[in-house]
Ligand binder design. Structure first.
Ligand code: THU
Length: 196
């Protein structure tokens, strides 16, 4: 595992390098035929639960709080409601839901509402886990809905700062729940302040 890529991938992602020789692309790039290319296989481990009854009591309770938050979402435009519940290291639970705006890009995702509430009310307190759920008035959301890319980036800042992994559980309205042991498992090759 190279230094650069192993830095953040110390939870559940393992990198494998395979040396290959891609002759045709080398000709196009005017590289020597025997120039070694490295392939990287990133593996993440996620646990899939068939329904809420399979979760631990603690995870189930947090997801129930995310569901309660989702029911209070303000999503008149997308009709897609998202709820997020954070369990903090001080045992506080912080909730968030998506807040939309008639000026569409001015709205905000549930996850960032929740994480900024936590950062604002409990600065420096680690986030132990996050539960996310989504539903729509247009159709039943049966697939697990993971946080969007922007939310993953925002959340990664908190996980890196707290130096402990943040578990992430996500589901739709019904059906399977996916759980990863770390937020960074969901964001390979992430950008962080170490690059600045
Ligand atoms: N949304 C979230 O709250 N979280 C996500 O991770 C994805 C999308 C919200 C934003 C918007 O209000 C609605 O879902 C539809 O995109």
């Amino acid at each position: 595992m190279s230094e650069v890529f192993s830095r953040r991938y110390n939870h559940k992602i393992y990198c494998t390098f395979v040396t290959t020789i891609k002759k045709s692309s080398h000709r196009l790039l005017f590289l020597p035929n025997n120039f070694p290319m490295k392939k990287m296989n990133l593996t993440i481990t996620a646990t899939v639960f068939e329904d809420l009854s399979e979760l631990t009591v603690e995870d189930n309770q947090l997801m129930q709080q995310a569901i309660a938050a989702r029911l209070k979402a303000y999503a008149p435009y997308s009709k897609f409601s998202v709820g997020a519940a954070l369990l903090l290291a001080n045992n506080e639970v912080v909730l968030g839901n998506n807040q939309e705006s008639a000026a569409y890009p001015s709205g905000m995702c549930a996850e960032r509402v929740a994480v900024w509430k936590a950062g604002s009310d409990f600065p420096g307190v680690a986030i132990v886990k996050m539960a996310i759920t989504a539903s729509s008035t247009i159709k039943t959301v049966r697939k697990p809905i993971g946080p969007c890319g922007a939310c993953r980036q925002t959340l990664s800042e908190y996980e890196i700062n707290q130096q402990t992994p943040m578990e992430v559980l996500f589901m739709g309205e019904v059906g399977q729940i996916v759980k990863t042991n770390s937020l960074l498992d969901l964001l390979p090759f992430s950008f962080d302040n170490a690059y600045l």
